[in-house]
Structure formats: C-alpha cells, structure tokens
Design a protein around this ligand. Structure first.
Ligand SMILES: Cc1cc2nc3c(=O)[nH]c(=O)nc-3n(C[C@H](O)[C@H](O)[C@H](O)COP(=O)(O)O)c2cc1C
Length: 180
C-alpha cells in the first residue's frame, strides 16, 4: 500500500550540472540539480535568488550548463558548498569562452551554452528560462552519427532526499519499440 509522505521532491534523481556565468568579467560556477527541459528549445535552471551566479545571468544573459560525470565530480561538488558571495571561484576550472560568450568548463564532456530570455520568479528562486544556443560535446562521447552516446557518457545523477550521487546505468529498452 502506498503511503502519502507529504509534498516532497520525489522527481529525482536528476542530472547534476555546473552552471557557469561571467560576473565582473570573471567566470563563476554553481552546482545545480533543479534543472530541466521546457519546450524543445529551452532549459529551465532554478537558482536561489541570493546565489552569486545569478548576478552574471541577470546582467549578461549568457550561461553554460556543464553536465557532470564521475571524472570531475569532486571538483563539481565543491561548487555546491562554496559561494562566490564569499570566495572567488574564477580559478576553480580550466575553461574556454563559448561562441556566445559563456564560460565553458574544459573537463566537462558535454556543455550547453544558453541565453536566459525569461525568468519565472517563484518563492525565493529565479527560474531562468534558457534558450539553447550551442552544445559542445567531446568527440569521445559521440557515436558514428555525431550524437551523444549515453552508453559512453554517464552523467552523474543527484538524489535530493538523501543527498547522494549516482551514475546512469544500463539500457533497458528502445523507446517506442517495446510494444510490438
Ligand atoms: C548537489 C547539490 C545540488 C544543488 N542544486 C541547487 C539548485 O538546483 N539550485 C540552487 O539554487 N542551489 C543548488 N545548490 C546549492 C548551490 O550550489 C550552493 O549554495 C552554491 O554555493 C551557490 O554558489 P554561488 O553563490 O556562488 O552561486 C546545490 C548544492 C548541491 C550540493
């Protein structure tokens, strides 16, 4: 029998990302798990208003979404426990500037460059609506058709209720081909 455990964040685990933006011409990085797809063209990134990175997104509109894998999880995790409000994070990662001006983490095998063209403010969160401008993928995670192969690329998933990290697992089916 199912038990109502209250209004919890049960739509987890979800990929964990490091959001990058420029503040005062320097990059800053923030670990984020409240993120998702809205329409085929946009992502939504949900950030507590007082976070330092929000300043850069509000001012420059440009941001990067760097998908975390296990190879750089420890460095990514650090971006969730220190704040640019107190600590300069500009030297935490080797980075490049994307075609649209957002800082992109070199260690990330998949990074998405976005432009924030909306903000659905809710409670104490900026929910930035982010148009996808470009996707940078390391050739090592691409298949022969040039698509990201998730048998090779294993994003780290974050699980909110217990604060644990997982990685994506084995393939269990072919979409839309399982019913005859
Ligand atoms: C696993 C994990 C996931 C997090 N997800 C979010 C999130 O989705 N939104 C958010 O506002 N903060 C999130 N945080 C908290 C911020 O990463 C953290 O407060 C950070 O220090 C803010 O940095 P900033 O002030 O430099 O932007 C998360 C932290 C951890 C450890």
């Amino acid at each position: 029998m199912k038990k109502n455990i209250g209004a919890t964040l049960a739509l987890y685990p979800c990929p964990v990302i490091v959001v990058g933006a420029m503040v005062d011409s320097k990059p800053t990085w923030t670990l984020v798990a409240h993120a998702g797809t809205v329409a085929h063209s946009h992502l939504m990134i949900s950030l507590v208003k007082s976070h330092y990175v929000n300043q850069g997104i509000r001012e420059n509109k440009k941001l990067s979404v760097n998908i975390v894998d296990e190879s750089w999880l420890k460095a990514a995790d650090r971006m969730g426990i220190i704040s640019g409000n107190k600590t300069d994070k500009s030297n935490e990662f080797s980075y490049s500037i994307g075609e649209n001006g957002a800082p992109i983490i070199d260690d990330a095998k998949v990074s998405i460059e976005c432009e924030a063209d909306g903000n659905y403010e809710l409670e104490n969160f900026d929910n930035f609506i982010c148009k996808i401008l470009a996707t940078y993928a390391d050739e090592s995670v691409l298949n022969e058709k040039g698509k990201i192969d998730y048998n090779i690329f294993k994003p780290v998933l974050f699980e909110f209720p217990t604060y644990e990290y997982f990685v994506t697992g084995k393939k269990v089916g072919n979409c839309a081909k399982m019913n005859g």
